[in-house]
Design a protein around this ligand. Structure first.
Ligand SMILES: [Zn+2]
Length: 342
């Protein structure tokens, strides 16, 4: 083992390290040359076999070679770590100029929107919201509203019966008696909103379920002019400040007198068009003075109290406001339809 062998080994090892292509090759080189069993350490084991006068000089030479190889390895190792990091960062790079992913936003259903507006209008006039059951007794839905069994008005309502005396309410009027009995004289100024159910064919104009809002105001000084005032204010809040209403005589079992309330056509403004069948008016809701029998059933002395009541179909109001042609759209959950109301 000579100095020349050592020099030759050093140059060969450096060549080998420089041609190592990647981290695993560099690691393999380290194990082969600089680990405790590596070739550089083989030279250290030779030192003891030399004549004593040569040991010191050869020992220094071996140490210099080992240190030199270790320095070169350290640099090469650092370079390869840096290269690996750069490669990883390149893979994780974010292109901030890419367009963002679209988030689909929900919105309130058009019926909910209009219902909330209706609440606001009546809350502003001192009404409160009174909720009554959807599954109702025949008594509250028909009988207490002046529609005893075999009353012809029952024919107008195809009813879903649960059993002989329990049904799905066919109108929110069913809550009128409940509100009167619960709230007591002098404090009935309520709107009764919610779903109603009728066994009807589903067409563009009728559904088996629909929303109504009923209004009821009872007191000693209540009169027809209150009804006109409340409904005119309501019509103007929903259909515009210049709206007008028209009352036509009609018939409901639970009001006397009864009226149909029209608004001026929202499409032609009263000139006459196809939507209003050239009358200039559109039917908005039904109303009237509460029938004395209904007042008595609610626990009121009909000689000392009067009431106004009105009931509207919420779907119809949304149809009129937005020019929608098909009532079935409301329950189809079609996002293309609903997106128009966000
Ligand atoms: Zn019209």
């Amino acid at each position: 083992m000579s100095q020349a062998d050592l020099d030759a080994y050093r140059l060969a090892a450096i060549d080998e390290l420089e041609s190592a292509a990647d981290k695993s090759a560099i690691d393999a080189w380290y194990r082969k040359h600089l680990s405790s069993s590596g070739q550089a350490n083989q030279f250290k084991r030779q030192i003891g076999k030399l004549p004593p006068e040569e040991r010191r000089g050869f020992g220094q030479a071996v140490n210099e070679v080992v240190k030199n190889l270790q320095d070169i390895y350290d640099n090469r190792h650092k370079e390869s770590e840096a290269a690996a990091l750069a490669q990883r960062l390149a893979g994780e790079k974010v292109d901030v100029t890419l367009p963002s992913r679209q988030r689909r936003r929900g919105g309130l259903h058009p019926l909910t929107q209009t219902l909330r507006e209706i609440y606001q209008v009546f809350l502003g006039m001192g009404f409160t919201v009174y909720e009554s059951p959807h599954v109702e007794l025949d008594y509250f839905n028909f009988e207490a509203l002046n529609m005893p069994p075999h009353h012809p008005a029952r024919d107008m309502q195809d009813t879903f019966y649960v059993n002989e005396s329990v049904l799905l309410r066919t109108h929110t009027s069913a809550g009128q008696i409940r509100a009167m009995q619960k709230l007591g004289p002098g404090s009935v100024r309520v709107i009764l909103p919610g779903l109603c159910y009728r066994n009807e064919d589903v067409t563009t104009r009728s559904e088996m379920q629909f929303h109504q809002v009923e209004g009821l105001l009872v007191g000693p000084d209540v009169r027809m002019s209150d009804l006109k005032g409340v409904l005119l204010q309501f019509a103007r809040a929903l259909f515009g400040e210049d709206q007008a209403i028209r009352l036509r005589g009609s018939y409901f079992p639970f009001t006397e007198p009864s009226v149909e309330v029209d608004i001026r056509c929202t499409l032609c403004g009263g000139e006459g068009c196809r939507m209003c069948k050239y009358t200039g008016w559109l039917e908005l809701l039904g109303a009237g003075l509460v029938h004395p029998t209904v007042l008595e059933n609610g626990g009121y002395d009909a000689t000392k109290n009067r009431g106004i009541a009105f009931g509207m179909g919420v779907e119809r109001i949304v149809l009129l406001r937005h020019g929608i042609k098909d009532i079935r759209q409301f329950f189809r959950n079609d996002s293309r339809f609903l997106a128009n109301f966000r």
